[in-house]
Design a protein around this ligand. Structure first.
Ligand code: CA
Length: 223
């Protein structure tokens, strides 16, 4: 098993202890830093959970310092009501954020979703991917069926491209939402069904995108 090494930057001892214990129980290797100086000394790591309210340095500032030397995904932790921090963080390229207080299960789900996204990003060597009659050209964001170009909307393309990163696997509506709309998007996942229906119509392949009832979708690809 591949253990992900997570850096938890958190100055509140009680929260830090709970996070370290909880994440270790989930199988992560956890390094704790109580301030910005310790955080920078703990690099490199594979994932960063960064509390923005730190005693020795501005959290956003620390975020930029970490980003300058590390490609590790970063989830920001903000106190309730710090809307400004949240927006700044996402604009600067944080991979996600959580608002205190948050549950461990929610956090782990977000860590897994971010890891999945960044892995697909790095592993995206297949610029031209062929799945049966369907061809996805990631350089031009163009989709062809049996050689004929299909005029997809950006969201339709995004959904197809995201599903195609792991053909055959069931991708949940939430994963699609996070991957295509972004984690900062709050809305009903029902709208995904509307886009998928339209995409199916355009592709003209009724069995290619399969709905897994109550869960999500998968691409059905004959091997
Ligand atoms: Ca704090």
């Amino acid at each position: 098993m591949n253990t992900v090494r997570i850096l938890v930057v958190e100055d509140d001892t009680a929260i830090a202890t709970a996070l370290v214990t909880g994440l270790e129980r989930e199988g992560f290797e956890v390094v704790h830093a109580a301030n910005a100086a310790q955080a920078l000394n703990s690099l490199p790591v594979e994932f960063v959970l960064l509390d923005l309210g730190l005693p020795d340095r501005d959290g956003i500032d620390l975020f930029q310092s970490i980003r300058a030397v590390s490609n590790a995904p970063i989830i920001m932790v903000t106190a309730r009501g710090s809307e400004h921090d949240r927006i700044t963080g996402l604009e600067l390229g944080a991979d996600d954020y959580v608002v205190k207080p948050f549950g461990l299960r929610e956090l782990v789900a977000r860590i897994n979703a971010v890891t999945r996204r960044s892995t697909s990003r790095e592993g995206e060597t297949t610029l031209l991917q062929t799945l049966g009659d369907v061809e996805i050209d990631r350089r031009t964001r163009c989709v062809r069926v049996a050689g004929v170009e299909v005029a997809c909307t950006p969201k339709e393309y995004g959904i197809l491209e995201f599903l195609a990163r792991d053909p055959g696997s069931v991708i949940t509506r939430q994963e699609l939402m996070d991957g295509v709309w972004g984690p900062q998007w709050y809305g009903s996942t029902k709208m995904i069904d509307v886009h998928v229906a339209s995409l199916r119509r355009k592709l003209g392949l009724s069995d290619f995108i399969e709905t897994t009832r109550g869960i999500g979708f998968r691409l059905v690809v004959e091997q």
